[in-house]
Design a protein around this ligand. Structure first.
Ligand code: SDX
Length: 428
């Protein structure tokens, strides 16, 4: 396998090292390109062909539909592990033994409260505010109440910042939902598991005893695992680049939440439900929507379909599709949009436009159907994605800081006006 790549520009040849990943991925190392060629750079809108870093956290093979966290197959983790175990694995690199997991959870629980003053920030939002905007603001506000979390110049300081956000973020998620549902803000119960506690904080009614539903606990645990990391996606790259200025973990996560909000990224799970509802209200026929999705003049896209990396089935979508049938069956929920979703999938997979472009269902296509069956409001779907992605963002931020990566600062190709003399107002 080659260890160098040669570039010829204006008759000059330049050699660059080729680096090899542990899964035989090759990358041309162009660190010396600009300096060695007198200013030549590369350009790659959307970074479709550009690697931003070397990482040991998550491996994707888009052609084969493979996803592994620290070498473990997503199918095994979704079936056999718990979300907190997977969070530990992503952040620290190994599956924890029982003692490590217990200590991790108790350290997190020791921070599972949020300063009462934060409620005043929440009160300032209108009830109609989108939960992702609220969550991003509250997450950034945590820095003000935990200033020591910014300068993580030791492993201990970094660990404390990580335990703090893993403890406080579920409270912010629950408060964001309870603001929407008009419920009083409360705290969880240290005697419960991590995921059980999140559900209790989200759903407990002040005048009723809260009883866990194991079907819902297991379903959420699996969904959070499936969303936990996905290498250098838009929001993770945002967390990395904000973190590269040493802005602090909470500020970096707040930026990641804002990036995830977009309908082309994590916001797609909400957009899928709204699309399926529109199809249902329109009589359930999918033909019109398939035509709109293929019409270049129409901005409509089949939400939940297509992916920058996967040109095969998104392995997470396969698992979630099976789980949707199981959870709705076990809960005794009949949801007509599950059948509409399956019909749409079947039609798209047989349609030449989608086949030619290798567009398959992605993680967002079926997840909202489960969230809805669990009683989660549609505007909270992307917040649930953020809750799952939190350990992945933390792991990627930690790796970037430990590897002392430089501040992210891309170059550009200027295409504006050449130098021109200033004109006074009366001359224009
Ligand atoms: C997530 O990156 C990650 O890993 C993200 C994620 C994670 O875990 O972090 O997996 C989570 O964000 C999943 C994606 C959720 N978004 C959606 O479901 C929104 C709908 N999908 C698309 O907007 C699109 O597929 C993207 C944004 C996901 C990917 O876009 P790309 O890689 O930039 O691909 P593209 O826009 O260049 O599309 C290639 C072609 C184009 O047609 P042509 O110009 O070649 O004729 O495919 C078409 C596109 O128009 N196309 C679609 C389509 N997706 C792509 N056409 C109709 N419907 C779609 N959904």
């Amino acid at each position: 396998m080659s260890n160098t790549a040669t570039l010829e520009i204006n008759g000059e040849k330049y050699e660059f090292p080729v680096i090899h990943g542990t899964e035989n991925e090759l990358a041309i190392d162009i660190k010396r390109l600009r300096g060695g060629t007198g200013g030549v750079i590369t350009i790659d809108p959307g970074y479709k062909n550009t690697g931003s870093c070397e990482s040991a956290i998550t491996f994707l093979d888009g052609e084969k539909g493979i996803l592994r966290y620290r070498g473990y197959a997503i199918e095994d983790l979704a079936e056999k592990a718990g979300f907190l175990e997977v969070a530990y694995l992503l952040i620290f690199g190994e599956l924890p033994h029982a003692e490590q997991l217990d200590k991790f959870h108790s350290d997190i629980k020791s921070h599972a409260y949020v300063d009462e003053e934060v409620k005043k920030i929440l009160d300032g939002f209108p009830k109609a505010a989108h939960p992702m905007g609220v969550l991003s603001s509250l997450t950034s506000a945590l820095t003000a109440f935990n200033p020591s979390s910014v300068n993580v110049d030791s492993e201990e300081a970094m660990y404390n910042a990580i335990a703090k956000i893993l403890g406080k973020f579920p409270v912010l998620v629950a408060w964001t939902m309870r603001k929407k549902t008009g419920m009083p803000l409360d705290y969880g119960d240290d005697n419960l598991g991590y995921v059980e506690n999140i559900l209790k904080m989200m759903f407990k009614r002040p005048n009723q005893e809260y009883t866990q539903n194991d079907i819902i606990v297991n379903a959420l645990d699996k969904l959070l695992i499936l969303h936990a990391d996905h290498e250098q996606n838009c929001s993770t790259s945002t967390v990395r680049i904000v973190g590269s200025s040493h802005a602090g973990l909470f500020a970096s996560l707040s930026a990641g939440i804002s990036a995830l909000w977009g309908p082309l990224h994590g916001g797609a799970n909400q957009a899928v439900l709204e699309m399926l509802e529109a199809i249902r209200e329109d009589g359930g026929g999918t033909k019109k929507y398939m035509a709109k999705a293929k019409d270049k003049g129409d901005p409509f896209r089949l939400m939940g379909f297509g992916h920058r990396v996967y040109k095969n089935f998104d392995p997470r979508a396969k698992i979630i599709k099976v789980a949707a049938d199981e959870v709705l069956g076990e809960l005794g929920v009949e949801d007509p949009i599950l059948d509409i979703a399956k019909g749409l999938e079947q039609e798209a997979l047989a349609d030449q436009y989608f086949v030619d472009r290798k567009l398959y269902p992605n993680v967002d296509f079926y997840s909202g159907i489960i969230y809805r069956a669990m009683g989660i409001p549609v505007e909270m779907f992307t917040v649930m994605f953020a809750l799952g992605r939190l350990p992945g963002w933390i792991a990627q931020w930690r790796e970037m800081r430990l590897r002392k990566e430089p501040i992210g600062r891309p170059r550009q190709v200027y295409i504006g006006e050449n130098h021109r003399a200033f004109k006074n107002l009366n001359e224009r």
